[in-house]
Design a protein around this ligand. Structure first.
Ligand SMILES: [Zn+2]
Length: 185
């Protein structure tokens, strides 16, 4: 599922002039506040996604990390993407509650939630490993990437993009050197 942009981004998109002023303002503030002691390292947009674990880091959670790493390797990734892997039901409920308060709309997914402007995705580990709502984990992952691809929060559009991504991944699997070696044996 995709969540709507936060208020600032709505303002950004609706008024180009304001946007430029705000960006200048942000740059100025950033320049003034930057010091070796307090500077936070900005996440490079060229890096593959980062994975942060939320909740109980048990065996299933580690399986989820491995699965995520496989998916990140196999699919084109979103630059600077920050992925949260939420590993137990209690933590997932907390995350949904937190996002609901933050966005001011009810956020209630059983699989995953993305903010395409912040380049963030929250995955529920169980959905990633076992699937949810008739979709397997791979589709859950591709659907979230689909939101970034269509740059939209529309669920049907994200599904369409996901089908394309899965097709491409299958095609690459079939045409990879490893696949041809296996096929020639
Ligand atoms: Zn969605």
């Amino acid at each position: 599922m995709g969540v709507p942009a936060r208020f600032q981004e709505v303002v950004f998109r609706s008024a180009g002039a304001i946007r430029i002023l705000i960006i200048l303002g942000v740059l100025l503030v950033t320049a003034c506040s930057a010091s070796p002691l307090h500077a936070q390292p900005a996440r490079s947009l060229n890096l593959p996604p980062s994975i942060s674990i939320v909740g109980t880091n048990d065996k299933a959670c580690q399986d989820g990390v491995s699965e995520l790493q496989r998916l990140i390797h196999e699919f084109a990734f979103v630059r600077g993407h920050r992925i949260y892997l939420v590993c137990d039901a209690n933590a997932w409920n907390h995350v949904m509650h937190h996002l609901t308060l933050e966005y001011g709309v009810i956020v209630n997914s059983r699989g995953a939630v993305s903010d395409i402007h912040l380049r963030e995705t929250w995955f529920y580990n169980e959905a990633l490993l076992k699937g949810v709502d008739g979709h397997n984990g791979e589709f859950v992952y591709a659907h979230e990437l689909g939101h970034f691809l269509c740059s939209c929060i529309d669920e049907a559009e994200a599904d369409k993009a996901a089908v394309q991504l899965l097709d491409d991944a299958r095609h690459n699997r079939f045409n990879s050197p490893a696949a041809s070696m296996a096929a020639s044996k």
